[in-house]
Design a protein around this ligand. Sequence first.
Ligand SMILES: [Ca+2]
Ligand SMILES: [Ca+2]
Ligand SMILES: [Ca+2]
Length: 669
Amino acid sequence: MNKTKLLLLALAGLFAASCVADVAENQTISAEAQAAKKFVNTSAEAAQGELIIYVDEATAQQLEAAEVATRSGVMPLDNLAQEVGATNLKPVFNLAVNGDVKRARGMHRWYTISFPAETNLEAVAQKLSMIDVVERVQFATKIERPVAQAVEADPALCGATRSDDMPFDDPMLYKQWHYRNLGLQEIHPQAKAGADVNLFPAWEITKGRRDIIVAVVDEGVCYEHEDLVDNMWINEAEANGTEGVDDDGNGYVDDVHGYNFAHNGRITWTRSKDSGHGTHVAGTVAAVNNNGIGVSGVAGGSGNGDGVRIMSCQIISGETDAGAGGTASAVEYAADMGACILQNSWGFGAGQVANDSAFANGSTSVELEAFHYFMETQNNPNLEGGIIIFAAGNDGKAVAGYPGAYNEIIAVTAIGPDGLPTYYTNYDRGCNVAATGGEYAPVTWSEQSCVLSTVPTNIAKSGYAYMQGTSMACPHVSGITALALSYAMDNNIVLSLKELKDIVVSSVTNINPSLSGFKTNVSGGTLNLASYNNKMGTGLIDAYRVLMAVRGTKCIALPIGEEVIINVSSYIGDGTNDKIKMLESEISQEVIDALGIENIKWMGGKLMLTCTKPGSALVTLKYVAGGNNVGGGQITGGMEAQQEFAFVARYGVTYDEGTLEPNNPGGWL
Ligand SMILES: [Ca+2]
Ligand SMILES: [Ca+2]
Ligand SMILES: [Ca+2]
């Protein structure tokens, strides 16, 4: 930029001197401007010694044919490679798998050029941008390392007698308040019943399926963990193959449970600085349920080998990360090897990328190329594409970090057991939906209010630990998305990617809050709650509602212990329809028992009842559509009709007959 300005000044001085010089200067400016347009991003937070380039078609073919890419025969590239001492010029994407599709998309045109770290990065980038056949230049922005401090769960919990009404026999499930929050003070002094992802009623409907693969893009997943091993994805050809040999010919040697894109290929969790983060995230998605061991996972199955499977796409290993190219390869690998859900608890710092156009800058970045490839690859017969879910980030800022903030990707914010925004969560712009991420309790600093999941035993001896973060909220959404897809498969429902995204971000507990006042921040400050009003995404994800949305059944939220009048006509058409009259429908004893329903009364288009305990149930309500009430309960000219509804009775729901929405002055539930 400065250089361009200087050139313009020089031009002004020389203007009268020579028309020839004028033309030459203009050409220089034009070339510089052209070159500047090639930059996908800026050098902020860029890794040294590495740049990503996108070359033209002819050059891509020449590079592919060359025996040594840094001596490809493309002279300007070869010369530059020699000048900067390039050690490597290699394609980012793996053309050994699905090569034709990738070539048609232009994915073969991305290359990573590596050179000594002490070489001036900006200068190399400038020179690359001046080469005609180079169409884009991307700095390899460093990803923000997850800050994850594991606090070991009390080992006594491992042998604990399970609590009364648990759906599975995993001994620690009753401490996983993030699945079902009873508002216990031992968890958090301000714990709020119902501030959870409402998983228990969802588990009555579906618990996962073996044929759904969730790729965990993160630190390595400890695939030997006692509570994960049965739900790990296995590349059979490699598992039954020869060590050191790429048995399935996919370009990766010994990728039995995934691949380490950051360091030497083999998945690991024991290098210095490894934190257990990837294993914790994986456990929330799919720790094995009902195996009498440890914790439960959101889509971990029923204990009969029916949990979703975890693929480990490792992009952080000890102090090393995979860089932009390696991360793109990890996402590509997930698509190529069968994953349909991409779980990402990583990203760039909030505000580091300003907005969507800065992220894409009018031309695709290498990560975005990989994301699009993932989204457009169909690996599951019931989902037309692949869905990508990201943590919103832990900077406490009013913007999600990229890539999560990007409009095609779901970004997850985090609430605590008090049902309030956590002190660390990003919020507002780019944030789509909230989930339970946990938070140390103020004053006591109790870890029990964080998320409990699996970690490698080198991180915590017992293999189970608490962590907090949007990183921990995110896998709840990935797991629930897996449940949604399980249910769709069970019912032969095929969803488009857009339909599934719509379901995930709109099946929430209505938390449009009017929050006010302050919350004590665990790190000693205060959180001004008003800043978070309507800014945590659409609301707190509700697993049961997600499944009902897949089914196409409307949910009616009900409070507990309070007589309510349900205006059924408001659920038909645009909600202003008063041309129905309720008929006395049969509400089964099973439903009545499940919700403890009392005092059922039928009144015109309305139904009055009281629920006395939390639960959910399907109810078919009958009514007369149209026609006239001629008195004495007689209708003429109407048609008998019926519709299925889901009653969802929860603690914390209060009911506003006017809007028929859960209405809680405290917000959040
Ligand atoms: Ca292989
Ligand atoms: Ca092998
Ligand atoms: Ca378990």
